[in-house]
Design a protein around this ligand. Structure first.
Ligand SMILES: C[S@@+](CC[C@H](N)C(=O)[O-])C[C@H]1O[C@@H](n2cnc3c(N)ncnc32)[C@H](O)[C@@H]1O
Length: 327
């Protein structure tokens, strides 16, 4: 799975940076991060075009990578699903749409909706540098809370958007997004305990509304995770030079923690669900120690090296993956 922005998108972002001073961008990126960290929504954090650009440079690569990782797991569990229409709710600069198109090239109609004029303007310019499907994307200003139903789509995505809504509003939006979804709904949130709680609440309401969970959970039972633990995953992504400068960071990569759920309509065929790896496996001399979500439980499993077949099967499993042949 490629967690890196597609070349056309990173080049389009680079073109946007032409003529904008590195110092200004660094300041904007720092201010935008501070505003998000203290709990501001995008309506406050993204006051103009330079803020939107700073987000595209400093945050969009990470939210793109998280979406790409969630889509990869969703795709593995729904191998026949070939969506045509995408709805990207709370699209921001549109990274989730780009990631969806990379994963599902069958998409031929993209709708992005968002409330933020600076994000919408940037999303339009960036999409203009993409494939014909992105160039033709309908990118519309709309409040996720408006009473009108969302347009129907095969694939519905909301990435890092629920965080900006109150708990009641999240429930309303998830219900409305599910009503619009004729195939698969993917919700992605930051991999914090709070982000996970939003995903857990959404998951429960989606199951109550008839959804089957394709990923990460191998079951539709109550989530077995117990506080203070929380279900989250991590995706490593490379940082470009401009990305490092904007963030004032040295390391050539960053690890984005995220939580997600992929919910499917019963008409979508699921592959056999198998336990999900919930932490980085520990490769010890006598064997591999795994933390797994199984049918209704979180368990530690030890696969001894002397059990050659089982050990070989888990040698390459990673945090976030499914246990091979353990359905
Ligand atoms: C943190 S950004 C995430 C953007 C993008 N999905 C991503 O993953 O990078 C949250 C987005 O949700 C949008 N949003 C938040 N509340 C909204 C609302 N009530 N109606 C429409 N969009 C909203 C914001 O404008 C912003 O673009």
């Amino acid at each position: 799975m490629n967690a890196e922005l597609p070349a056309a998108l990173s080049e389009a972002i680079a073109r946007e940076l032409d003529g904008v001073s590195g110092r200004v961008l660094n300041e904007r990126a720092t201010q935008v991060s501070e505003r998000y960290r203290r709990g501001d929504t995008s309506a406050k954090a993204i006051a103009g075009g330079e803020d939107a650009l700073a987000y595209a440079l400093a945050r969009a690569p990470a939210t793109y990578a998280a979406c790409a990782a969630a889509f990869a797991q969703g795709h593995a569990m729904t191998p026949d699903f070939a969506p045509r229409r995408l709805l990207d709710a709370g699209a921001g600069p549109g990274g989730a749409s780009w990631a969806a198109l990379e994963r599902w090239p069958s998409l031929d109609e993209i709708r992005m909706i968002d409330a933020s004029p600076p994000f919408l303007a940037l999303a339009r310019r960036l999409a203009g540098a993409g494939s014909p499907v992105l160039q033709a994307a309908e990118i519309t200003r709309r409040d996720l809370l408006s009473a009108d139903p969302f347009p129907k789509a095969d694939l519905v995505v909301a990435s890092y958007a629920l965080a900006e809504l109150s708990a009641d509003d999240q429930a309303q939006v998830v219900t409305a997004l599910w009503a619009a979804c004729e195939g698969v709904l993917v919700l992605v949130e930051p991999g914090t305990p709070q982000g996970f709680e939003r995903i857990r609440a959404a998951r429960a309401s989606l199951i109550a509304a008839g959804a089957t969970i394709a990923a990460p959970c191998p079951h539709d039972d109550a989530c077995p995770m117990v506080e203070p633990d929380w279900c989250h995953f991590v995706q490593r992504l490379p940082r470009s030079r401009a990305h490092r400068l904007a963030k004032g960071a040295e390391a050539p990569f960053e690890d984005e923690k995220f939580a997600y759920v992929v919910a499917a309509r019963p008409t979508v065929r699921l592959a056999t669900r198998s336990p999900r790896v919930l932490a980085r496996p520990r490769h010890l001399k006598p064997g591999v120690e795994l933390k797994l979500c199984t049918a209704g439980d979180v368990e530690q499993r030890f696969v001894p090296r002397r059990d050659k077949g089982a050990h070989r099967a888990v040698r390459h499993v990673d945090w976030g993956g499914a246990m091979p042949g353990d359905g």
